[in-house]
Design a protein around this ligand. Structure first.
Ligand SMILES: Cc1cc2nc3c(=O)[nH]c(=O)nc-3n(C[C@H](O)[C@H](O)[C@H](O)COP(=O)(O)OP(=O)(O)OC[C@H]3O[C@@H](n4cnc5c(N)ncnc54)[C@H](O)[C@@H]3O)c2cc1C
Length: 401
């Protein structure tokens, strides 16, 4: 199928991160192969993607198709759900205050990966099976699949998830940790309008987030201690809907039409270096972040757009695309953005888990108070959330929403 030609880039893994990396590299004029089984068609999650990521989907020419499935997020509300006497004020970020129509859109994962898969099938060589062996040579990397078929590429993108074999083959170490929490996800109908606002209820066991979906539906990411998550998963639908309504304190009125629930244990992981031995890491092979503040796939989009830009320019200049100079440029371009997001989400999550310690609760409360009272501060935070100053690849810029 692939012959014995040498590809510029081989992307291992066809989850959302691998597909977006493959599509972006092909768009930058790189001869690209994407190898990995198709994404899980039963994934019931949605992804909140912010302005820069939506811009990338527009450049890949799939936004028109995805917009019909997506709901704009025009506001983000943070509510202090602690039981302290001195609770922090509610903070409402409104996109229009920062000059945007929306922060981004809430998109179901299945149509998103289907659209990215269609782009990859049109613009890359797409091999829908797993890689069984990775041999890194001095000038290129050879990947083996289906027993003895091989492909060769100058550069490999390890987008094969948190247990990445490609990352291990390149000798890239990770720091890994777990949290005493699980996230329950589901979609539900509600009586009241969500007005396009995503609400994060910051509780001492972790945030409970409801993200707006089409009509009067929302997507739930409910973080709890594992034992409590197990109890909630075992409830029948109407008992769960009742408990969800209570946890939301009537915010969306009565709850109905719950879809099957899925649970995800929370963990974190960070690659110590982002590129080595002709391999760059992207998506969850590079960074695993708890589902708080919708960071994971947005970071993966920035990995993809940055890599496509750096490797595309290297090809134009006649450089070795998998050479040390290119790898080092990718590592430098991505490490601040990834490092600060991992740090910020970890800090927020741990500050909630430690909110029984008065100083910790006070510090978080003061932060929320400052945000509630300062429009300038809110605007800065909003702009940084939509497209961080540490990472502004060309494929994600322009066309403000
Ligand atoms: C509950 C929850 C909610 C979330 N919500 C959001 C959100 O709102 N916004 C956001 O930005 N992020 C969100 N995220 C994060 C986001 O879902 C992840 O960042 C993203 O799915 C990671 O994609 P990935 O492609 O890196 O990994 P994966 O989806 O794990 O894909 C890895 C792929 O590699 C393949 N693979 C593995 N081994 C091989 C091999 N040997 N050969 C070939 N292929 C291989 C696998 O088959 C798989 O398809 C959320 C995460 C969770 C858990």
């Amino acid at each position: 199928m692939a012959g014995q030609d040498i590809f510029d880039v081989a992307v291992i893994g066809a989850g959302p991160a691998g597909l977006v990396a493959g599509a972006a590299c092909a768009m930058s004029g790189l001869r690209t192969v994407v190898i990995g089984p198709p994404s899980n068609p039963l994934d019931r999650r949605t992804s909140a993607l912010f302005g820069g990521s939506i811009e990338l989907l527009k450049k890949l020419d799939i936004w028109a198709r995805l917009q019909a499935h997506s709901e704009p997020i025009t506001g983000i509300r943070i509510v202090d759900g602690s039981k302290h006497l001195l609770r922090a004020p509610e903070v409402l970020f409104e996109a229009r205050e920062a000059g945007f129509e929306a922060f981004g859109y809430n998109i179901p994962n299945v149509p998103l990966t289907e659209a990215l898969e269609a782009v990859c099938q049109g613009s890359t060589t797409r091999i829908p099976v797993a890689v069984s062996r990775i041999d890194i040579g001095s000038e290129n990397v050879t990947l083996t699949y289906r027993d003895d078929a091989t492909i060769t590429a100058r550069l490999v993108v390890a987008a094969d998830g948190r247990r990445s074999a490609a990352r291990t083959a390149a000798g890239i170490d990770v720091a890994s940790w777990t949290y005493p929490q699980s996230a329950i996800v589901a979609t539900f109908h509600h009586q009241r309008d969500h007005h396009g606002v995503s609400t994060e209820l910051h509780r001492p066991v972790g945030p409970l987030t409801v993200v707006p979906g089409p009509g009067k539906t929302s997507n739930l990411v409910w973080i709890e201690e594992p034992e409590e998550a197990k109890r909630l998963l075992a409830l029948d639908d109407s008992a769960f809907e009742h408990e969800l309504g209570q946890a939301l304190k009537g915010l969306l009125g009565s709850i109905s039409g719950l879809t099957p629930r899925q649970a995800f244990p929370l963990s974190g992981q960070s690659a110590r270096i982002l590129a080595k031995n002709r391999v760059v890491v992207a998506g969850e092979a590079a960074h695993v972040i708890p589902p708080i503040g919708a960071q994971g796939l947005n970071l993966s989009c920035r990995d993809a757009a940055t890599l496509a830009e750096i490797a595309g320019e290297a090809k134009t200049r006649g450089e070795d695309i998998g050479g040390d100079a290119v790898l080092s440029r990718y590592d430098s371009a991505r490490k601040a953005d990834i490092g600060t997001r991992i740090f910020a989400i970890d800090l927020l999550n741990r500050s909630l888990l430690s909110s029984h310690i008065p100083g910790v609760n006070l510090a978080r409360g003061l932060g929320l108070f400052a945000l509630a009272s300062s429009s300038t501060l809110r605007t800065q935070v909003m702009r940084e959330g939509i497209l961080p100053s540490a990472s502004r690849p060309a494929l994600m810029s322009g066309g403000e929403m």
